[in-house]
Design a protein around this ligand. Sequence first.
Ligand SMILES: Cc1cc2nc3c(=O)[nH]c(=O)nc-3n(C[C@H](O)[C@H](O)[C@H](O)COP(=O)(O)O)c2cc1C
Length: 182
Amino acid sequence: MIKAIEERRTVRKYTDQPVEEEKLREVLASARLAPTWANKQCWKLIVVRDQATREKLAQLSNVEASEHYPNPGAKGLAMAPVVLVACADPARSGHMYGQDYYLVDVGIVMDHILLAATEVGLGTCFVGVFDEQGVKDLLGIPSHIRVVAMTPLGYAERWPNPRPRNDIGEMVFEGSWRQQVS
Ligand SMILES: Cc1cc2nc3c(=O)[nH]c(=O)nc-3n(C[C@H](O)[C@H](O)[C@H](O)COP(=O)(O)O)c2cc1C
């Protein structure tokens, strides 16, 4: 588990090597075990294999109006043989003190997917920037469902080097805000 956490990378370039069905099943089986608000399991995953549909998803992830344009992760959606699209029904999750927990539910399931994929040798890229309505129209997703994230799933052209992280002392406080951990 810790090895997979340490080895996971955001992969943005893929080969066209097919993803074995057993590996996909393993990733989906790990997703299924993710914790959710009140165990409501508010999310659904759409497995997209069709090349033309993946190319449209790549276009929809390159939103010119976004401050994140061009989206470096968009091309991978067209390159990898499989894309997983994570959706959620907000009414089946919690909303308290202004926090929408369906986003947390999907965040956790995405991490299960990313880590399980790493474990079986597959690359992923959490893609959070896309034209949501365009994706809904493309995949026939009902209006009350939110599309939260997607990821390509496939074999990396090259496994990237680790990206930098802040030191623990910069991100973890001891006891109260800003008390440094030694
Ligand atoms: C909520 C969220 C949204 C993200 N959206 C995108 C995206 O739209 N496009 C992309 O290329 N990467 C996206 N990423 C990936 C991050 O850029 C990446 O995790 C970060 O640069 C650290 O790299 P690493 O995952 O290899 O450690 C997203 C990650 C998260 C958690």
